[in-house]
Write a protein that binds this ligand. Sequence first.
Ligand code: NDP
Length: 297
Amino acid sequence: MTHVLDGNAVGDRIRDELSDCIDTLEDAGVTPGLATVLMSDDGASETYVSMKQQACEEIGIESIHHEIDPDAPAAELFDSVDALNDDPAANGILVQMPVPDHVDNREVLRSIDPLKDVDGFHPENVGRLVAGDARFKPCTPHGVQKLLAAADVDTEGKDAVVVGRSDIVGKPMANLLIQKDDGGNATTTVCHSRTDDLAAKTRAADIVIAATGYPELVDGSMISEGATVIDVGVNRVDADNEKGYELVGDVEFESAKEKADVITPVPGGVGPMTITMLLYNTVKAASLQHDVDVSLP
Ligand code: NDP
């Protein structure tokens, strides 16, 4: 029987444990706070930000929100980040990407105080992750690690293939998998759009993690019997239903499920874990900034 991993259930379990951490912080007089900065009128970005705010509210993390007109000069965004860097109520700062073309997104990532960088994208935090001394692990790959652990998938000594090499998913995912640490010690191959014979690489893997944004790229013929398949992709494809679209992953679920021992669905797999790990990093940021010990899950 294939184990279809329920990201909502795993996420809820972690959120329960984070609630206890928040109680510990409150006992020490600290209410954790997450600041979101939105410089976009894109509907999807607005939805992501409001989902993050709602998740904070549900668990007892204070939300601070700055909204910048997308046509405003870049300086307005940097002023907002500067103010949040100085605001003790903001333990974590998240600038919703993408920012408009006239704003240099790398400069945005560098402008956030590394101690408040709950996305884990500041070069200092990227460097720490690579060096095996992570402060904030990027939320999506960290969520994948937690899902693998929840399914008792031991990564040690396994052949893992990560399909995708973006800065937010593929690269940090591979970096986590190669660390000499729990959830690491995997022999890891990173594939991308220039990879020759992708199917041969994925077929040789014990663990396949797809993060490409290419709908149903990985099908059952590309998976070995008994593999673990983690689908990070979220793609809207046209469908003959009321909404006119449906969400599919980067994995063709039905055919891959025939082969895999463990697989994540889309939606309901990796997605819920990403926001959970953002809450995790915010709690961690508050505990580091106030020197309060909490037992993070
Ligand atoms: P990017 O577009 O930044 O990166 C995609 C990567 O996939 C690139 O490295 C690209 O290669 C590679 N790729 C694209 N097509 C192919 C192909 N045909 N064969 C092999 N490799 C390919 O995407 P992200 O990493 O930001 O996101 C990936 C997916 O994950 C998206 O569907 C996104 O919506 C989803 N996502 C989901 C999250 C969640 O919480 N569930 C969070 C973040 C992302 P190259 O570098 O050569 O161009």
